[in-house]
Design a protein around this ligand. Structure first.
Ligand SMILES: C[S@@+](CC[C@H](N)C(=O)[O-])C[C@H]1O[C@@H](n2cnc3c(N)ncnc32)[C@H](O)[C@@H]1O
Length: 251
């Protein structure tokens, strides 16, 4: 597909199917690529998310867009035997890998992984203490609706902790960021996905890099948390702006 006929922007016709097809395609090497692309930073981002989630002991938690389950496993470790953790994702293949990995984790209590849509969660209002989500929002067809759903399922006092890729503001740092994304990540991506376009749109890792462009970040995103009803919304810039972590508190 030529540049002119590629989808323009982060929302386009057929996005939900495209996203499912992307993650079905890359599920088997998703974790390995994450580690390489984040230059090993991803664990630190996830530990920071746990700190922002507060005391998780015996809490009911859900990781939305859980993928291969890394954030859900951390929730389960922190929630302990008295906790209850769900991992929801729209792509069954990603959950298959989460289930496989869970067998080797020795968690205090298993995570319940299930197929579900972040835009229409099957759970009741006010039924969770904590929801998390890592790098899913760029992939949904309605970002505000996904945040509205997080708010809906949280109990008063509940927290939403969301990580999303971003772009550094500082011009000097941005130069190195662009080099990393355009060269290292693009090269690694081609090595893994073979540059094959999915549904005639982007190749898997082309989507990853292009979906960051123009995606709401920082204050623009915290406004969406406030619009959903959260009483407090903050964001934390990690790794010079490559990732933002959002915290929404429902009082
Ligand atoms: C970039 S991956 C992130 C996976 C995981 N959170 C992590 O930290 O590695 C995005 C995930 O969001 C899932 N996803 C996309 N749209 C979704 C939706 N509407 N509902 C639930 N999951 C969705 C994808 O299937 C994919 O597994």
């Amino acid at each position: 597909m030529t540049e002119e006929t590629k989808p323009n922007g982060t929302q386009f016709d057929g996005k939900e199917e495209f996203v499912k097809d992307v993650f079905t395609e890359i599920a088997s090497y998703y974790d390995e690529m994450n580690e390489l692309m984040s230059i090993g930073m991803i664990k630190g981002w996830h530990n920071f998310m746990m700190r922002k989630a507060g005391d998780l002991r015996s809490k009911k938690c859900m990781d939305i867009g859980t993928g291969t389950g890394e954030i859900a496993f951390l929730l389960a470790e922190n929630a302990g035997e008295g906790g209850e953790v769900y991992g929801v994702d729209i792509t069954p293949k990603m959950l298959e890998f989460a289930e496989l990995k869970m067998k080797e984790r020795g968690l205090p209590k298993p995570v319940t992984f299930e197929v579900g849509d972040a835009l229409a969660l099957r759970f009741e209002d006010c039924s969770f203490d904590v929801v998390t989500s890592g790098y899913m929002l760029r992939n949904v067809t309605d970002v505000q609706k996904a945040i509205d759903e997080m708010y809906r399922v949280l109990r008063p006092g509940g927290r939403a902790v969301v990580a999303e890729l971003s772009k550094p503001d500082d011009r000097f740092v941005r130069y190195f960021y662009e080099m990393h994304m355009k060269h290292r990540v693009a090269r690694l991506g081609r090595k893994y996905d073979g540059g094959m376009t999915i549904d005639g749109k982007y190749s898997a890792y082309e989507w990853l890099t292009s979906s960051v462009e123009g995606f709401p970040r920082g204050e623009e995103m915290t406004k969406k948390f406030l619009k959903a009803g959260f009483d407090e919304a903050q964001y934390f810039v990690k790794t010079f702006g490559a990732v933002n972590i959002y915290l929404g508190i429902k009082k």
